[in-house]
Write a protein that binds this ligand. Structure first.
Ligand SMILES: Cc1cc2nc3c(=O)[nH]c(=O)nc-3n(C[C@H](O)[C@H](O)[C@H](O)COP(=O)(O)OP(=O)(O)OC[C@H]3O[C@@H](n4cnc5c(N)ncnc54)[C@H](O)[C@@H]3O)c2cc1C
Length: 285
C-alpha cells in the first residue's frame, strides 16, 4: 500500500489498532495517504496549516485596530485564528491576552481593540449557549420571521450548489473556497448562508451540516447559531444582502466577471425590493 512508506517512518508499535499514521516526510505524502484513505472526500489539503507554531505566528500577526476598521471586507485584517481556537491549540484567554499585550505595545486607546474582543465574546457566548441547549441547537430557537413555514424549505442541497456551478461567480467562488480551503471569511459565510436559506429556500440545518463537513473551524455552536441568525429563527429578521453590498465588501472581484451580472443577478435590487420578493408573507421587518 502507498502509505506503508509513512508507516515505516515511525514506530509501528506506537500506533493503536485503527490509528492513522502521524509522521510524514512532507505534506504531499500526507495528502496522498489521506486521498487514499478518504477517496470520497472532495477537495485536497487545505493551504491553512495547523499546529502550535502556525497558531503562534498567526497570533503574533494580529492587528486589532485594522481589524476594527475593515473586518467586514473580504481583504480585511481578520485573524484567521478560528481553526486554532476550535481545536484547542489556542485558548480564548490566550488570544484575549495577546490583544491586551498589543494594546500595551502599540499605546493605542482601549477602544482600538474593542471589536476583536467583542468577537471573542461571541465565540464564548455561543459555547455557553450550546452547553445549555445541547442538541437543541439543531432546532429552531424561535419561529422564522420570513412568512414561510419551516416545512416549505428543501431538505437537500441542490447539485449546482454542491459542485459550485450555480453560475453566480460569488456563490460559486465561496462554495469552492469552502471545499478547497476549509475556511471562509465571516461576510462570505453570511452571504452564502443567506443565499442557501432565502434565495434557494433550503433548511438552515442542511446548510449548517454542509459547512460543518468542510470548515476547519467547524463548530456546532458558532455555526448553527449563526445559521439560525441568518435564517431568522434566532434573530428578529432574516439576514439578506444585495449586490451592491457584496460588491463593496469584495472589491467587485466577483461581479466583474460574473456571467449573470445585470438582469441575471438575483441580488441586484434594493433591500426593500428583496424583502418584498423573498418574504411576501412576512410582517413588516
Ligand atoms: C453561517 C456562519 C457559520 C459560521 N460557522 C462557524 C464555525 O463553524 N466555527 C467558527 O469558529 N465560527 C463560525 N462562524 C463565525 C465566524 O464567521 C468565524 O468565527 C470567523 O469568520 C473566523 O475567522 P477569523 O478567525 O479570521 O475570525 P476573526 O474575525 O479574526 O475573529 C477572531 C475570533 O473571534 C471569534 N469570532 C469572530 N466572529 C465570530 C462570530 N460571528 N461568531 C462566533 N465567534 C466569532 C472566532 O473564534 C475567531 O477566530 C460562522 C459564521 C456564520 C455567519
Amino acid at each position: 500500500m502507498q502509505w506503508a512508506g509513512a508507516l515505516r517512518m515511525q514506530s509501528v508499535d506506537s500506533l493503536l489498532p485503527g490509528d492513522l499514521p502521524r509522521q510524514f516526510a512532507n505534506r504531499d505524502e500526507m495528502a496522498a495517504i489521506l486521498r487514499q484513505l478518504f477517496p470520497e472526500a472532495p477537495g485536497g489539503l487545505s493551504p491553512m496549516q495547523g499546529g502550535r507554531r502556525a497558531a503562534e505566528k498567526a497570533l503574533a500577526g494580529i492587528d486589532p485596530a485594522a481589524y476594527g476598521r475593515n473586518r467586514n471586507h473580504l481583504g480585511g485584517a481578520v485573524t484567521r485564528l478560528s481553526p486554532h481556537i476550535r481545536h484547542g491549540v489556542l485558548s480564548l484567554v490566550e488570544v484575549r491576552e495577546a490583544v491586551f499585550d498589543w494594546l500595551e505595545r502599540s499605546k493605542q486607546p482601549k477602544a482600538a481593540a474593542q471589536k476583536l474582543i467583542s468577537e471573542l465574546g461571541w465565540r464564548d457566548y455561543w459555547q455557553r449557549l450550546w452547553r445549555q441547549l445541547g442538541d437543541g441547537i439543531w432546532r429552531d430557537q424561535e419561529p422564522l420571521k420570513t412568512g414561510h413555514s419551516s416545512a416549505s424549505y428543501a431538505a437537500e442541497l441542490p447539485a449546482d450548489l454542491l459542485s459550485a456551478h450555480t453560475g453566480l461567480a460569488c456563490m460559486d467562488g465561496f462554495a469552492s473556497e469552502l471545499i478547497l480551503t476549509g475556511w471562509l471569511h465571516n461576510h462570505a459565510r453570511m452571504w452564502l448562508a443567506a443565499y442557501v436559506v432565502h434565495w434557494r429556500r433550503i433548511q438552515w440545518q442542511v446548510g449548517a451540516r454542509w459547512f460543518l463537513q468542510h470548515l476547519l473551524d467547524g463548530d456546532p455552536a458558532s455555526n448553527n447559531l449563526s445559521w439560525q441568525w441568518v435564517a431568522s429563527s434566532f434573530s428578529s429578521k432574516p439576514y439578506v444582502f444585495n449586490r451592491e453590498n457584496l460588491e463593496r465588501f469584495s472589491s467587485g472581484r466577483f461581479c466583474r466577471d460574473c456571467a449573470l451580472a445585470g438582469a441575471g443577478c438575483p441580488f441586484e435590487a434594493s433591500y426593500e425590493q428583496l424583502q418584498a420578493d423573498l418574504f411576501p408573507g412576512a410582517g413588516p421587518c
